[in-house]
Design a protein around this ligand. Structure first.
Ligand SMILES: *[C@@H]1O[C@H](CO)[C@@H](O)[C@H](O)[C@H]1NC(C)=O
Ligand SMILES: *[C@@H]1O[C@H](CO)[C@@H](O)[C@H](O)[C@H]1NC(C)=O
Ligand SMILES: *[C@@H]1O[C@H](CO)[C@@H](O)[C@H](O)[C@H]1NC(C)=O
Ligand SMILES: *[C@@H]1O[C@H](CO)[C@@H](O)[C@H](O)[C@H]1NC(C)=O
Ligand SMILES: *[C@@H]1O[C@H](CO)[C@@H](O)[C@H](O)[C@H]1NC(C)=O
Ligand SMILES: *[C@@H]1O[C@H](CO)[C@@H](O)[C@H](O)[C@H]1NC(C)=O
Ligand SMILES: *[C@@H]1O[C@H](CO)[C@@H](O)[C@H](O)[C@H]1NC(C)=O
Length: 571
């Protein structure tokens, strides 16, 4: 939590060692702090850090080269060249292939994450555009059709033959690759698509987005709800019996450009990252992806996601609905959204955060009271006293996994923890494991990705340009337009906790249709739900921020209930 007080260039240095030393989820998501100038704050007293012994890293064993099946010859389709002759030539330098990686870390005491940094920067004086959204169908913007490139034959090229280390008996199709969203600057988004093993042609298409802002949806694909999880060796995969692809065709999108394998050939594109451009690019991606996979054009379509995707998902849904009305391009058959532990309203979510901490015995009375005395969360700027006590709060909770307060933290190094994974035990070192797998060149090749220093969250997005203070007007718009809307919450997450979701939804004053009740799976309470007119609030008992990671079976029950439009069982 001290992170934001250091000059921004220090932070990435801090974080890199951190990962190797330790520890909790927060750490890896902290890798790049948003580069926002902070007001001159009094320098806090920084306690001396204990000497941290450098762990001896054992040399990696020589790995036997896996025998890769030879690839079938895929005929290259003749692609019509898009006419780019009259496009303005980019005046920006191209992206260097290697980004400089800092090598020394002076200090390891950081607990911050991308959301933390964004919120902090929003409340500081140099805040990113605090867009208060005006939702209106009578958009003054002239409609201009989005960029669509010919996609014929590309789906076949994107087909994954096999992922390194995947278990035998894979009985579904997997695809991955890039969709260009801006040919002028050379911006392309990476996707991973998993078809359902059974009757995929009758199942809906569901897009999944992780949050951040600036974190990869491959987190969801490989550590939460995808068809595989990674063993603790960081090299082999095991089957996820509760994959969401059991009931839907799942599309994972790394968004925006600069996240994961998604990139732009024009570095300055990254400086334009923000809520609006993220939604606009994701929309262009989707329209082009549907050209590449035309059999999905008329399929029922849902968007799901977690955390800061509480912004991305409703904003994309809204963009789709507006464009559906305006264009005679593809009409996306948008049916609904489900968002988990989602940050949807700054004021109520901040209050919900500290109330959760206090009621879950990780925060003192005094600091809780001081926060509510000195912080005005409806104000666009913070005060020194407020910052003082919110910083104190982050110190008071100690070195726990703020994304699942009852979970163990990662204390072993990757090699030492190498055991076969189990879907019922979520490895606390999942971040190291995921980076180890996806940053491997053979894996990147199998995914049709270009060589990338793959990381959980973006290192190249310098700042987040615009972030709405509330998404609630869009939520209301979606309800009015007949979209199915589920807000779910893992109830042991202290980052975007259930209280944040409840306070946010309460401000909508929706009539209650089904009063608060437990829902059951295998005779156990899976969580609780309350159905409002147009919106369902549902919890998952014993799940952290990344709900399917901790409660895969309950998460799948929730997801299939969502797709079926029915409440999970009351007994
Ligand atoms: C980015 O540049 C590389 C190298 O010139 C090129 O192969 C690639 O197609 C470009 N990407 C896009 C999306 O235009
Ligand atoms: C930042 O967002 C605002 C509001 O959407 C927009 O007007 C502005 O052009 C954006 N700036 C950049 C650098 O993208
Ligand atoms: C609708 O599509 C047709 C054929 O693609 C095109 O000729 C026409 O200009 C489009 N109309 C609008 C309003 O975009
Ligand atoms: C909190 O901030 C809002 C917006 O600036 C302001 O209207 C309100 O009066 C403030 N509340 C208190 C208690 O200062
Ligand atoms: C923050 O709190 C500490 C003690 O908890 C106090 O010494 C310091 O003056 C406070 N800073 C501000 C800006 O109020
Ligand atoms: C790391 O893996 C190698 C090879 O499997 C093994 O020899 C070594 O003992 C392991 N180190 C630890 C700390 O587990
Ligand atoms: C990915 O691997 C490359 C090459 O081995 C390494 O330089 C880079 O630091 C790794 N990136 C991450 C995020 O670990």
């Amino acid at each position: 939590m001290l992170g934001h007080k250091y000059p921004s260039f220090v932070i990435p240095l801090l974080i890199i060692t951190l990962t190797s030393i330790s520890s909790s989820i927060i750490v890896a998501e902290a890798r790049n702090l948003l580069d926002v100038a902070l007001p001159d704050l009094p320098k806090p007293e920084i306690p001396d850090l204990p000497e941290i012994p450098k762990p001896e890293l054992p040399a990696l064993p020589e790995l036997p080269k896996p025998e890769l099946p030879s690839l079938p010859e895929i005929p290259k389709p003749e692609l019509p060249q898009p006419d780019v002759s009259d496009l303005p030539v980019s005046k920006f330098p191209t992206l260097p292939s290697d980004f400089p990686i800092p090598s020394e870390i002076p200090n390891a005491d950081i607990q911050a994450d991308k959301l933390f940094d964004l919120l902090k920067s929003k409340r500081s004086r140099n805040s990113p555009a605090l867009t208060t959204l005006t939702v209106s169908e009578e958009s003054t913007e002239e409609y201009s059709p989005v960029y669509i490139a010919p996609q014929d034959g590309l789906a076949q090229l994107d087909k994954i033959v096999a992922l390194p280390g995947q278990p035998s008996g894979v009985d579904f199709n997997q695809y991955s690759g890039y969709v260009t969203v801006n040919p002028t600057t050379g911006r392309a988004l990476f996707y991973y698509f998993v078809e359902s093993p059974t009757e995929s042609s009758t199942k809906p298409l569901v897009l999944w987005l992780n949050g951040g802002p600036g974190c990869s949806s491959m987190i969801g694909a490989m550590s939460e709800l995808g068809p595989f999880r990674i063993n603790s060796d960081g090299k082999t995969l095991f089957k996820n019996d509760f994959a969401w692809s059991n009931v839907a065709n799942m599309l994972f999108l790394e968004s925006p450009a600069g996240v994961g394998f998604s990139y732009s050939n024009t570095t300055s594109d990254y400086g334009h990252s923000g809520d609006k451009n993220t939604a606009d690019d994701a929309y262009i991606f989707l329209i082009n992806w549907l050209e590449r996979f035309p059999q999905y054009k008329t399929r029922d379509f849902y968007i799901t996601g977690e955390s800061y995707a509480g912004h991305y998902v409703p904003q994309l849904a809204y963009t789709i609905l507006l464009n559906n009305k305006k264009t005679n391009q593809t009409t996306v058959n948008m049916k609904g959204i489900a968002i988990g532990n989602a940050w949807i309203d700054d004021e109520t979510s901040n209050k919900g955060l500290y109330d959760y901490w206090w009621t879950h015995a990780i925060l003192s009375d005094a600091t809780h009271d001081a926060i509510f005395k000195y912080c005005n969360f409806s104000s666009e700027s913070s005060s020194a006293m407020c910052d003082n006590f919110t910083d104190k709060a982050w110190n008071e909770i100690g070195d726990i996994d703020v994304y699942n307060i009852y979970a163990p933290i990662c204390l072993t190094d990757l090699n030492a923890s190498a055991t076969t994974g189990s879907i019922n035990v979520f490895d606390p070192c999942w971040q190291d494991i995921l980076v180890s797998y996806l940053n491997n060149s053979a894996v990147q090749k199998a995914f049709n990705a270009k060589p990338t220093s793959w990381d959980l969250c973006s290192d190249v997005i310098p700042s987040w340009n615009d972030s709405a203070v509330t998404i609630l007007p869009i939520i209301e718009y979606l309800i009015e337009n007949g979209q199915r809307l589920w807000v779910y919450s893992g109830d042991t997450d202290a980052r975007v906790p259930i209280t944040a979701s409840r306070y946010s939804i309460n401000t909508l004053n929706l009539p209650i249709e089904t009063a608060w009740r437990p829902w059951y799976l295998n005779k156990e309470v899976g969580g609780y739900l309350e159905a409002y007119k147009g919106l369902l609030l549902i919890t998952v008992r014993g799940a952290g921020h990344t709900v399917p990671s901790y409660q895969p079976q309950r998460a799948l029950e929730l997801f299939s209930s969502f797709l079926g439009g029915k409440l999970p069982s009351s007994s």
